[in-house]
Structures are given as C-alpha cells and as structure tokens.
Design a protein around this ligand. Structure first.
Ligand code: MG
Length: 393
C-alpha cells in the first residue's frame, strides 16, 4: 500500500453543529453527514489505497451510521485521544504495522477537499518529506493591543494559511509524533508543526479557498449554500432488464460474473450469464440507449464465448459518457439450482467491480419458482434486474 488517508474526526467541538450535542463532523450537510462528504473526496482518488478515520470513543454508532456504503477503502476506525495531536498519533500507531509509504492527514471537518488537492499533495511527496495544502494570505493582519484596538500591522508577505491534507512519508511523521510525545510536547496545532520541529522540510502546495474548516454555525450555513449551488440538478432514471438461458451439457455456469461449478452448463452465444445480460439491459434502459442485442448482436462472431462483463462495462461507460452515476442495481435470479446463496457476495463484489460502485449499491437475490414453469423444471435460468441512474439535467 503506497498512500493512506488518515481522517481526524475525534474532536468534540460542537460549535458548528445545529444540534449542540452532535459533533460537527457528523452534522448533516446537503443531505449527508459532513464526514461522508470528506470520505467521498478521498475515495475518488485512485492513489489513496485505504482510509482510516480516528473517532471519539463515544462516536462509534454515529460513525457507523455516517459511513455505511460510503467507501470500499474504509478501514475500521481507530479511537482517538485527549487532543488532536494524540488522536493523530494513535492513528499513526494503528498504521505502523502496515507501514504505508505515505500518509495524508486530513480534518474530517473540511468536506470541500477535492481529489485535485489530494493529488497535488501526493505529487509533492515524490520530492519532499512532507507537503501541505495551503493558501497565501490575502487579508491584512492586525495584532490587537488587548483592548480591541490595533497595536500593529503584520506584513503578510510570505504568509500562508495551513490547510489539510498534510502529507508525509509515513516513517518520518510517525517518528516525529513519537518523539514529540516522548518530549512532553502536546501543544502543536497541526502535523506540519510537528514535522518542522523534527527538522523535516515541508513543501507548500496550493489548497483552495473553498477547502475551509467548518467551525462556526455560519460556516455550516455557508457550506450548505456552497453544496447546493455546486451540485448539479440530477434526474433519477430507472431501467429494468430480463433474460433467460437454457441449460445444456456442461460442468459450470456463469452467473453475475462468477463461475459456479454445476452439473450442467448454460446455452448461449456468449458465456450465457443471464443475470449480467439482464443487468446490461437495465443499465441501457435507464438511459434509453437500446438493448444488449442492439449493441452486441448475437450474429457477430466477435462476441462468441465473450465474458458478459464486457457488456456490463460497456453499458456503464455509456452512462459515464452522459455524465451519469449509477445509484444502485438490484438483481433477482430465478432457478431451482445451483444454490445462489453461497455465491451471493462474490457476485455482488464482481458486479460492484464492473460498475465501479460500492458493494453496498449492489443487491443480488435469488428465488426458486416452486418447481413451476421452465425454471421449476430445471430447464433454464431466468434473471431480472433493475438499475437506478442519476443523469445531470
Ligand atoms: Mg442473454
């Protein structure tokens, strides 16, 4: 594993939350918890292999409720400590065995981080021990005299506002944190400050003014407005698909992209994977783009013996080309045998992989037909699928 995101969500600051009892990283923002927005940004970065969240011990239930199905890269949470510094150290400690090459430490309460910012920080780590997202200061700085009057103006040239993510070589920041703790230093306000104290050279890379930390109720209101204005209007579309293949002589069947040993095979031009054919039609149906037979005619020898994931991936590409997103897919397989239950999660994982969506968005169900009809007589297998897609308006 090369890069891990360590998200710090252990704070108890309730200033920004609408409910004063709810920590702000779990507060609702544009219909999702703040933390879910943050995790989605890191999930979208291919270079991030895993995401670890440091949480407050009282927040286990909030964490579970806020992150279900958000990212397949999400590891079990780590319990934080009394201060942010201690929480980060506990998070690093939990990663010590895996020892990733790089770690990106990020505040959960910065939900506007983008995959671009993450990529810039990671790129800077190729040539630096550390790199942080930061913004040059544009406001003029005043120091007060202790009585709300100006004592002096501080030149702003060369001054930056530190943001997160802050990325480091894992071994360097882990050593720096351990040394700081051993020296009794618990007063650092960010991880770059610990790295500086340890003598590491830290690069400044452009963050974004929008990558601000939610602190006050006003921040929450501004964040809500920003999300509303940035989110395109989406139109939900639903498609359905149905397919049947007959049994023939053979020793395995392909169902949902998984090869399942059986005392029969399925007859077809391709691998005869009826669930994937139904799914392809459901995806194409959702965007009104013909059907599987139109795009992949059985008369075309190119598709003889083809793995049906090719058809599903093509449909997913057509959706992506329209700027769409697949919200969820739901399959029902009708057969007396083979038994689907033992293969259900493998099928879900295979389909999630083909579609590039989380496994929580893929449902696979099976039923017999009480020995009625062609499926009941074990003459073949039928499959039904529905797909929900969001298309930009
Ligand atoms: Mg078919």
């Amino acid at each position: 594993m090369t890069a891990v995101a360590l998200i710090v969500a252990a704070g108890r600051g309730a200033r920004a939350a609408r409910d004063p009892l709810q920590p702000k990283q779990y507060a609702p923002l544009a219909g999702r918890p703040v933390l879910a927005h943050t995790l989605a940004a890191f999930d979208a970065c291919p270079a991030i292999g895993a995401i670890v969240v440091v949480i407050h011990p009282d927040d286990r239930a909030l964490f579970e409720a806020s992150t279900t199905g958000v990212s397949s890269k999400l590891a079990p949470p780590v319990l934080g400590g009394a201060t942010r510094q201690e929480s980060v150290r506990f998070g690093l400690e939990a990663l010590a065995t895996a020892a990733p090459e790089h770690v990106l430490i990020h505040d959960a309460a910065r939900p506007f981080v983008t995959p671009d910012i993450v990529a810039r920080v990671l790129e800077a780590l190729d040539t630096n021990e550390g790199a942080i997202a930061a913004e040059p200061l544009s406001d003029t700085l005043k120091r007060d005299d202790g009585a709300a009057a100006i004592a002096e103006t501080i030149p702003r040239a060369g001054l930056w506002k530190a943001q997160t993510p802050q990325g480091f070589r894992f071994s360097s920041i882990w050593t720096a944190h351990a040394r700081a703790a051993a020296s009794g230093r618990e007063d650092f306000t960010d991880d770059a400050a610990i790295a500086e104290w340890a003598g590491l050279k830290i690069a400044l890379v452009p963050g974004a003014s929008g990558n601000f930390k939610l602190t006050t109720p006003e921040d929450m209101q501004m964040a809500e407005r920003l999300f509303r204005s940035e989110t395109p209007a989406w139109e939900p579309r639903t498609g359905t698909g149905f397919d049947v293949h007959a049994f023939c002589a053979g020793d395995h069947v392909w169902l949902g992209g998984v090869q399942i040993p059986h005392d029969k095979g399925l007859l077809g031009h391709s691998d005869a994977d009826a669930p994937l054919h139904a799914l392809t039609d459901a995806l194409l149906g959702a965007i009104g783009d013909g059907d599987i037979g139109q795009h992949f005619p059985p008369s075309d020898p190119a598709w003889k013996g083809a793995r049906s994931r090719v058809f599903v991936e093509d449909a997913a590409k057509r959706i992506a080309a329209r700027g769409g997103r697949i919200t969820n897919v739901d399959l029902t397989i009708l057969c007396e045998e083979p038994r689907i239950g033992p293969h259900r999660d493998a099928i879900r994982a295979a389909i999630a992989d083909m579609l590039g969506i989380e496994i929580g968005r893929v449902a696979v169900k099976a039923t017999t037909t009480e020995q009625l009809g062609f499926t009941g007589r074990k003459e073949g297998i039928a499959a039904l699928a529905t797909a929900t897609v969001l298309l930009p308006l």
